[in-house]
Design a protein around this ligand. Structure first.
Ligand code: ATR
Length: 286
């Protein structure tokens, strides 16, 4: 029989609308069990209208912090007392915690994306002068910022809605003067692939139930790395085509697992490891 938690046990939660589909509780509860920490991590399904009040009462309701997901990441950024440089560059927050009673915010999607590439494709950054990023939403923001922070020189942001790609390119062009960052429409993609050392899909295309990406990895350089932030299925049609061509690939589940670790460290006081056992546990639930 599980013992009831002491009332002082730290608890955190995933705040979204919806939130029930999230795998974050599975990840954090795995680490809590692994390290025998008396704490909890749950779901908080909170509508946009209720979100500011929920955040205001976070500490008085016993939370040491939490994760924030769709559609609240930008609103959360506006509600924190202070944010990391990464969160400020993205204008969005996915991790909340308290320091001296002040609500702090970070965006760990960036560190999660980079850690996942470091783990599964070590040395990728020195081999990446030019990256092509598909999509221009919130996930693309995190990916583009991470690539720029790691020193990638040229980034093409390719998106169905050209204006969104251009706006993102301009935003990051101001933050990273001297880098080449350009927005483009889908029709430009075939011309960009032969010179792309890294291709990242940040759109939901290729996810179960969504249309498949119409991207042919045949013309990518043979040293190219192809990554996808989609993790259902674990190997998207894009990754399968790239692998069949002999290219290196990295799936999206690693990013989800790695983005969780910094929050756990802040709430529960120790940095957890993204292990094979955790990966297998989450895969069993997909
Ligand atoms: P997220 O925060 O997960 O990135 P988002 O902000 O809604 O979500 O962005 C979704 C991205 O996927 C966008 O780049 C979107 O393209 P548009 O800006 O043109 O809307 C892209 N996307 C989603 N479905 C798509 C589809 N069927 N075809 C092409 N692009 C698609």
């Amino acid at each position: 029989m599980p013992q009831p938690l002491p009332s002082s046990a730290p608890k955190a939660c995933i705040i979204g609308f919806p939130a029930r589909h999230s795998r974050s509780p599975l990840i954090h509860r795995f680490w809590l069990r692994q390290h025998a920490i008396a704490g909890d991590y749950g779901f908080a399904e909170v509508s946009p209208d209720d979100f500011p009040g929920f955040i205001r009462d976070l500490a008085s309701n016993g939370y040491v912090g939490g994760n924030v997901t769709v559609p609240h990441k930008e609103t959360a950024f506006g509600l924190v007392h202070d944010a990391t440089a990464t969160a400020r560059a993205l204008g969005a927050v996915n991790t909340l915690w308290f320091e001296d009673g002040r609500l702090m915010g970070d965006n760990t999607d960036v560190a999660g994306f980079l850690a996942s590439l470091d783990a599964d494709a070590p040395g990728w950054d020195v081999r990446t002068p030019t990256a092509t990023v598909l999509g221009a939403g919130g996930a693309a923001r995190a990916v583009v910022y991470g690539l720029l922070a790691r020193g990638v020189e040229r980034i093409h942001i390719v998106n169905r809605t050209l204006a969104r790609a251009q706006a993102l390119a301009e935003h990051f062009g101001q933050l990273f003067p001297g880098r080449q960052i350009a927005g483009a429409g889908w029709d430009a993609l075939p011309g960009l692939l032969p010179a792309s050392s890294l291709l990242v899909n940040t759109t939901s295309m290729g996810m179960h139930g969504q249309p498949t990406l119409d991207v042919d990895p045949e013309t990518l350089p043979e040293t190219a790395l192809v990554t996808d932030i989609v993790y259902v299925p674990l190997e998207t049609p894009l990754l399968a085509a790239a692998r069949q061509r002999g290219l290196r690939t990295v799936g999206g589940l690693g990013m989800l697992l790695h983005q969780a670790a910094p929050g756990f460290a802040r709430w529960f006081g120790m940095t957890p490891v993204v292990s094979r056992a955790l990966y297998d546990d989450v895969v069993a639930d997909l």
